[in-house]
Write a protein that binds this ligand. Sequence first.
Ligand code: NAG
Ligand code: NAG
Length: 189
Amino acid sequence: MTPGNGRPWLPVALLLLQVPGCSSLSGPNSTMGTVGGSLSVQCRYKEKFRETAKYWCKTPCLRDIVVTKEADREVRTGRVSIRDHRADLTFTVTLENLTEDDAGTYRCGMDTSGLPGYMIDLTFRVVVSVSPGELCTPLPQHVVTACHRVPHRSLLSNIYFLLLVFLEVPVLLSMLSAVLWVNRPQGSW
Ligand SMILES: *[C@@H]1O[C@H](CO)[C@@H](O)[C@H](O)[C@H]1NC(C)=O
Ligand SMILES: *[C@@H]1O[C@H](CO)[C@@H](O)[C@H](O)[C@H]1NC(C)=O
């Protein structure tokens, strides 16, 4: 299950297992969240692994592993939870209250190393990125959209300000001078 424990062919085997189409386990290659938010990853498996234990871990997967061995029961370790939906052959991992330290490479995994014909666990690599979530950071798409709205708003208020200066102010000034002209003290000019 863990790379670098004296089985040098393991990374190659993992690479082969990730070829799309012939994978017994698949998920999103990457996913994204914002600091303080949450994200979910759904991994899909072949029917013959319905009863197999599923897990999620941050590479190199030496610790912080959350494992589920039962159907439809949430298993939680701190901010990370996992649930195996055996009816639709998926399991879902949720990371809550994200921090920037949560960014990294994770693996969906299945404890197949004990099954006949499998010498290693089947895993799928998922890259998680976490954006700071401040307005106008260039990374996530929804934040970029929000950034486009800000200059749009200030452009409108600029136009209003220009209208005020170039239309309303002269009108006010000429009204004011007309009033002054009408009310001028007679005979003194
Ligand atoms: C995931 O990565 C594989 C190989 O790198 C690629 O073939 C596949 O299209 C990617 N899938 C998605 C959903 O981006
Ligand atoms: C996430 O943060 C909120 C607010 O601080 C807290 O109430 C909640 O228990 C946290 N959730 C987890 C899973 O740590």
